[in-house]
Ligand binder design. Structure first.
Ligand SMILES: [Zn+2]
Length: 233
């Protein structure tokens, strides 16, 4: 199968590792070109470190962690836009969309992966990225730029109920990617972010106990038919 060009669009360093890192690793190992666009350096994240680094220092450290995790996952390109962590909902939507379009024109992805409308955790930065990346996807289609599929991060039915995502695409997976060969990459990537992010450290430990061998996604475009079972990007 021909290699795919995949662009992931996220708010913070570590969103890719909590999200589809094992899927990206799988396709990178099959020759896909993976590019990442990150809006912030995550400088206001919870490090759990005492004393906590200053926001500027934390942003610098987290960008380094992102670059290390991206190398492990198999990203070819990485862009960090440098917006202030926590402020994306206040950035004009068209501005964010334009920045994503720049990446689309440069990287020419066939597939875009980003947050769904629930942003998995509901973080306002995630929701802003969802809106801008979704708008950019449809604009890129209108402009004939070759984007063919749009996927959102999703969780399985049990987590969807716990996280109150069951009525959103985030909680309605319609695509299941087997990552039995690359799930260790996700744990390693989370461990790298875990140097400066408490949640990533904890998630890496949980996944070591309980590996996730199939990653649920929601394909938002094209529609998935009711009897269709999507297991490949
Ligand atoms: Zn995030």
């Amino acid at each position: 199968m021909a290699p795919k060009r995949i662009l992931v669009v996220y708010a913070h360093p570590d969103d890719e590792s909590f999200g589809p890192s094992a899927v990206l690793a799988k396709y990178a190992r099959r020759g896909a070109v993976i590019a990442g666009l990150f809006a912030t350096r995550g400088e206001h994240g919870n490090t759990g470190a005492q004393p906590a680094p200053s926001p500027v220092e934390l942003g610098r450290l987290r960008e380094c962690d992102l670059r290390d995790a991206a190398a492990v996952i198999g990203f070819r390109h990485l862009d960090v836009l440098g917006y202030e962590d926590g402020t994306l909902a206040r950035v004009p939507e068209r501005e964010l969309e334009d920045r994503i379009m720049e990446a689309v024109r440069r990287d020419r992805p066939e597939v875009i992966i980003t947050f769904g409308p629930g942003g998995i955790t509901g973080h306002p930065d995630h929701l802003a990225i969802h809106r801008a990346a979704t708008a950019a996807f449809y604009r890129a289609r209108d402009e004939g730029l070759g984007v063919r599929e749009l996927y959102y991060d999703a969780v399985g039915p049990e987590a969807a109920r716990e996280m109150q995502l069951e009525n959103l695409p985030d909680g309605c997976s319609n695509t299941w990617i087997d990552v039995s060969e690359t799930y260790p990459v996700k744990i390693e990537a989370l461990r790298i972010h875990g140097r400066h992010v408490l949640d990533a450290r904890e998630m890496a430990e949980r996944l070591e106990q309980n590996p996730q061998l199939v990653v649920p996604l929601h394909r938002a475009w094209p529609d998935v038919l009711p009897d269709e079972k999507v297991t490949d990007l």
